[in-house]
Ligand binder design. Structure first.
Ligand code: GLC
Ligand code: CA
Length: 527
């Protein structure tokens, strides 16, 4: 049963979702209290950014213990209760798995760095410098600077593709592989429906630690930024064996557990490879070029078309506009224009594949502008003011217009500042059938009721002047006017199932009809 294909996934950052005890930090009990909202919205699966114990130098992505819950967020028994309560509402729970690196406070690393003979020494990547204080090779950290730090105790460098407090594991070591098999089973046995896998593409490094080649003008800006292609520091063919092994484990469970990869690759054929030639790797992989594309019909159509062309038959796409790294699409794609937010939601929820929403997407929540003093993300702290980091997309959920936004009772302590919750919040939008929240809910319901939208084939016309028209299955068509001008949709006849402005809902359209600027419709085709 490929349950993930029919699902709508919802990512949430537990720290920012709902605070049950007034310490300003969202927690599992707060989340449990909000499951009714997610059930009402029609969400099938929630993905929690890491909830494991962590010194939080990278906010949970530096894990100090893979088989427990961070005390600020709750306990393992809260986690069990979450799974049970969610299950009663038909909602599955995904955990985040961070196999590329641990925290430097993890017992494995504490042991590893203590001596060259330590039991866990080879669990991490150690190398000698190149003399003159030069690190072992030219690899750079995604968070800036060299990917190597000299460890005084043993005089060797250790590798970290992210912060120095996030040492990379050595996936050539069998002990590491066995330890993760156990971690994966630990959570599967507890009832998690699967994992989102962090930095999926880079887990295995070149065994010889060769220098990365320089980036060229042909590379996307995000690659050129680092001056090099990650040819040897990741994207190695051997990563596929690791994923295959997890998939074998996932298959042994009923229902089958899901592996959703953070496949941070810029070439869609490389993304396709992560599904495995025999449907034996990830069931879903994030599409990074799509996330970072502009809200532009031609650009998005080209990506969706490539996916159609390059993915093997068994591979199922995932579509997302916001996450805890890229920030929120209502800002990045839409610059706060609600018409665009509505169009983007119609697109995300009607493309062929599994949509992954981010908490707040359902109300069109924008990024929160922050000052230096507010920042908690190490990346923002390092690059401010050129880049404010990822905190603007991680601020607390807007539940209502009261002090604390319904997120916390103690506004002063809220771990990141609250955004503009007075003007954009769940409570107000629930009372307004014309709101973005109701549109999201109605789109999810439509998707659930329509076999065309869930599983139907995708066939698109080539966009023209920002008008993108595609068909799903036999009887359903989507028309999106991604432009500032009115557009005429031709050769589409039927009944409007839903429109972004709600003005055309249930109307018959025939032959040719017009869409306002940034307006979209889903149409049930006649005959
Ligand atoms: C992934 C996560 C990001 C984190 C990084 C290091 O890209 O999504 O939030 O900082 O990995 O774990
Ligand atoms: Ca709390």
């Amino acid at each position: 049963m490929t349950w993930w294909r029919d699902a709508v996934v919802y990512q949430l950052y537990t720290r920012s979702f709902a605070d049950s005890n007034g310490d300003g930090v969202g927690d599992l009990r707060g989340l449990i209290d909000k499951l009714d909202h997610l059930a009402w919205l029609g969400i099938d699966v929630i993905w929690l950014s890491p909830v494991m114990p962590s010194p939080n130098t990278d906010w949970g992505y530096d894990v100090a213990d893979y088989c427990d819950v961070h005390p600020e967020l709750g306990s393992l028994s809260d986690f069990d209760e979450l799974i049970e309560t969610a299950d009663r509402r038909g909602i599955r729970v995904l955990n985040d798995l961070v196999p590329n690196h641990t925290s430097d406070r993890h017992a494995w690393f504490v042991d590893a760095r203590s001596s060259v003979d330590a039991a866990h020494r080879d669990w991490y990547v150690w190398a000698d410098g190149r003399g003159d204080g030069e690190p072992p090779n030219n690899w750079v950290s995604s968070f800036g600077g060299p990917a190597w730090t000299l460890d005084e105790t043993t005089g060797k460098y250790y590798l970290h593709l992210f912060l120095p407090t996030q040492p990379d594991l050595n996936w050539w070591n069998e002990g590491v592989r066995d330890a993760f098999d156990e971690i994966v089973r630990f959570w599967f046995d507890r009832g998690v429906a699967g994992f989102r896998i962090d930095v999926c593409q880079s887990i295995v490094k070149d065994a010889e630690l060769r220098d990365n080649p320089a980036a060229t003008e042909l590379d996307p800006p995000q690659v050129r930024l680092y001056g090099q292609r990650h040819v040897f520091s990741g994207n190695r063919p051997e990563v596929h064996d690791v994923i295959k092994n997890w998939r074998r484990i996932a298959r042994r469970y009923k229902p089958e557990r899901l592996l959703l990869g953070e496949t941070y690759v810029w070439a869609l054929d490389a993304l396709a490879d992560f599904y495995g030639l025999r449907n034996d790797e990830l069931q879903l992989g994030f599409n990074i070029p799509f996330v970072f594309a502009h809200l532009d019909a031609e650009a998005l159509h080209a990506i969706v078309d490539d996916v159609q062309r390059l993915f093997p038959r068994h591979a199922w796409p995932a579509w997302t506009g916001s996450n805890h790294d890229a920030g929120r699409f209502p800002t990045r794609w839409c610059r706060g224009d609600e018409r665009k937010v509505r169009c983007a939601l119609l697109m995300l929820l009607t493309l062929r594949g599994t949509p992954v929403l981010y908490y707040g997407d359902e109300i069109g929540m924008p990024n929160t502008p922050l000052e230096l003093d507010d920042l908690r993300d190490p990346v923002g702290l390092r690059f401010y003011p050129a880049y404010h980091g990822r905190d603007p997309g991680r601020t607390p959920m807007h539940w209502n217009a009261e002090d604390g936004a319904g997120f916390t009772s103690d506004v002063v302590k809220s771990w990141l500042p609250l955004g503009g919750y007075e003007s954009c919040n769940v409570a107000a939008q629930r009372n307004d059938p014309g709101s973005v929240l109701h549109l999201t809910r109605d789109l999810i319901a439509l998707r659930r009721s329509s076999a065309d939208l869930r599983r139907g084939a995708y066939k698109s016309r080539v966009p023209h002047n920002g008008l993108w028209v595609y068909r799903r299955g036999r009887r359903t068509a989507i028309a999106l006017n991604f432009s500032d001008e009115e557009a005429t949709v031709r050769r589409l006849k039927g009944r409007v199932l839903i429109s972004t402005t709600r003005q055309l809902d249930d109307q018959d359209v025939g032959g040719a009809f017009s869409l306002g600027p940034w307006e979209g419709v889903a149409v049930e085709l006649a005959g």
